[in-house]
Design a protein around this ligand. Structure first.
Ligand SMILES: Nc1ncnc2c1ncn2[C@@H]1O[C@H](COP(=O)(O)OP(=O)(O)OP(=O)(O)O)[C@@H](O)[C@H]1O
Length: 593
């Protein structure tokens, strides 16, 4: 509050001069720093001057907050330290505190320098005290007003700073829905530089998501779907009738899901002719809106191809939303795909949720392991692909969606159709652009490229300056069948980088044990079949042939025993087996039947 009297100096001067005129005394006003803010008569030339070297009576009043009447200036004990006390010209002085919000913000002094002044006060002290107190109150009232105004200004500036840093858009609307104030986020989300003064129209869609109502917001001929709430503040002014706090539906979607878009670079590595052809095909189909069906064994890079289509196409700035149909329980798949509104079913998030199709509006939905989609959902998906509209569970509203669907599977959908497990009509809808990714063993030229890429990637990740694959190791990698495809190769190289010495050379002995075992068996087989008469037979266990399913079951069991059945354990088991987590779940379920 220091300096407040200076801020209302004009008013203080006015009251000081009124007081002087009424009383015929000289009047001065000092603030809490003993700075003279106003002065009449003998004090007039010394306004705006620092009085801290004098003003002993005022100092006392400021300290105690109490009135002081000095009947014998110069001789009064209060003046004992004053350097001018021996030649003091004053005859009498009244020093009244100016109090605002419980604090002494200054002092008003009534100073008489003649016998007449002294007698006048002595005769009618009460009247003069009443008068000076009244003037002190007037000044205090004005100062309080200014203090409150300053507080409000600070509060407004703090509020406006806060709302400008909020993640949600905020519009303060007048009673005619004209925007009085918009925060930075509102301007950003609505992509408009100036919003103030524009009228908004809010049409509720009647859906609620995450506890917030959805509206179609129209402003300056722009229409945007938003999720938000309208709050009605205590109304003192027509321009501040409503507060709309909102998020563009899409923005919310982006936060609701940790998008899978970032998982892959979309770079398809490999110098084989087959991979070069795949890259060209992707370039060709990237801008189309037609559905793509990617087939290929597990781990061949179907998701990599899907993201490459997204990145190369005109939807690259929109969402790429991936959903693994095998990894999500059947009962939840529908709501994951289409979302649901408030109260749609028991056990659901009470606030509703947006589905992947809406989330990916204008972008791409990648439906991995489409062969695992239950038949009734296949019918729904077919309808969406035909009508391009979705309905959230529990709602009647048809929501148009512009989504490109890319589906992928490692299953033989044709035989599934024959078994009645996959809809033929959906198959043809999906298979508009078919892309087949060959197993790694059929595009061997990619192996060195991928192996070097992964060696570099994991060397960097594990803080090794470099990793090199010597020719004999590369030969072994080239000879391996890679049933787990690129994923298995990646996991193998990760293991090898871990095993490598300081020089980062991925020798043969850095290869995983299973890998070497496989190579050894292949070598025995080769020797024996090349020269059965003299060649040694493979050891007994190598002679026992197990059905592939059994081998798979045992290896899965082994991996789960090794890594444990926790989610993390399963993740590591899947990694070591060179299959996805979803495939691991599917297979364990299969084996438990
Ligand atoms: N051409 C490639 N270039 C770089 N990395 C690749 C390539 N192909 C596959 N990968 C890597 O291999 C791993 C498996 O790829 P991806 O997940 O795309 O296979 P998928 O065929 O979709 O597997 P699944 O059928 O099990 O879902 C990923 O880590 C991916 O980054």
């Amino acid at each position: 509050m220091a300096g407040i009297l200076l801020e209302i100096q004009e008013t203080v001067e006015k009251y000081a001069s009124i007081m002087a005129k009424i009383s015929n005394f000289d009047v001065e006003v000092v603030d809490a720093d003993l700075f003279r803010v106003a002065g009449t008569g003998i004090f007039a030339p010394f306004v705006n001057m620092d009085m801290s070297a004098e003003g002993y009576a005022y100092r006392q009043v400021l300290k105690t907050g109490k009135l002081q009447i000095i009947y014998t200036p110069g001789r009064d004990p209060i003046c004992q330290d004053c350097p001018k006390r021996h030649n003091c010209t004053e005859e009498i002085e009244i020093a009244m505190p100016i109090l605002a919000r419980g604090k002494t913000i200054g002092v008003i002094g009534l100073v008489g320098s003649s016998e007449w002044h002294r007698n006048t006060i002595l005769q009618d002290e009460g009247t003069y005290l009443g008068l000076i107190e009244q003037i002190a109150n007037f000044i205090a009232a004005k100062a309080t007003e200014r203090i409150d105004q300053k507080k409000q200004e600070s509060m407004l500036s703090a509020l406006s700073c806060t709302i400008d840093h909020m993640e949600q858009g905020i519009l303060i609307l007048g009673s005619d829905r004209t925007i009085t104030l918009a925060n930075y986020e509102a301007r950003k989300q609505l992509k408009l530089e100036i919003l103030e003064g524009s009228q908004v129209k809010l049409t509720p869609t009647r859906d609620k998501i995450n506890g917030q109502s959805e509206y179609l917001l129209s402003v300056a001929e722009k229409k945007t779907y938003i999720l938000g709430e309208i709050y009605i503040p205590f109304k003192v002014d027509e321009s501040y009738a409503e507060v709309l706090v909102f998020t563009r539906s899409k923005n919310l979607h982006q936060k609701m899901y940790a998008l899978t878009a970032a998982i892959s670079t979309g770079n398809i590595i490999g110098s084989s002719e087959e991979t070069a052809a795949l890259r060209m095909e992707i370039e060709k189909v990237a801008n189309s809106a037609s559905t793509v069906l990617i087939t290929g064994e597990s781990g061949t890079g179907k998701e990599v191809a899907a993201t490459a289509i997204w990145r190369a196409g005109n939807r690259r700035d929109q969402q790429f939303v991936a959903l693994n149909c095998a990894a999500i329980p059947e009962s939840l798949l529908e709501s994951e795909l289409f979302g649901y509104v408030k109260g749609a079913f028991t056990g659901a998030d009470p606030n509703g949720r947006i589905g992947k199709f809406e989330l990916a509006n204008h972008g791409i939905v990648f439906l991995d392991e489409i062969g695992d989609m239950p038949l009734y959902l296949q019918a729904k998906l077919l309808r969406i692909l035909q009508d391009r509209k979705i309905v959230r569970i529990g709602s009647n509203q048809l929501i148009p969606v512009d989504v490109r669907v890319i589906a992928a599977t490692n299953k033989d959908l044709k035989s599934m159709i024959a078994d009645g497990k996959f809809r033929e009509d959906l198959y043809y809808r999906l298979n508009v652009i078919p892309l087949n990714i060959l197993p790694l063993r059929q595009r061997q030229k990619d192996i060195p490229d991928l192996a070097n890429l992964f060696a570099q990637r994991y060397a960097t990740r594990f803080g090794k300056s470099q990793c090199r694959i010597p020719p004999q190791t590369m030969d072994a990698l080239l000879a391996h069948p890679w049933y787990g495809n690129v994923r298995e190769l990646e996991n193998t190289i990760e293991f090898m980088v871990n095993m490598s010495d300081e020089e980062g050379i991925l020798d043969l002995d850095t290869l995983p044990r299973d890998f070497l075992e496989h190579q050894r068996r292949a070598a025995y087989k080769h020797d024996w079949s090349a020269n059965p008469a003299e060649g040694s037979l493979p050891p007994t266990d190598a002679q026992t042939v197990l059905p592939l399913k059994e081998v798979e079951r045992r290896e899965i069991q082994k991996a789960l025993q090794l890594f444990g059945e926790s989610t993390q354990g399963k993740k590591s088991a899947a990694k070591s087996l060179g299959i996805s987590l979803a495939t691991l779940y599917r297979k364990t379920e299969e084996f438990s039947k």
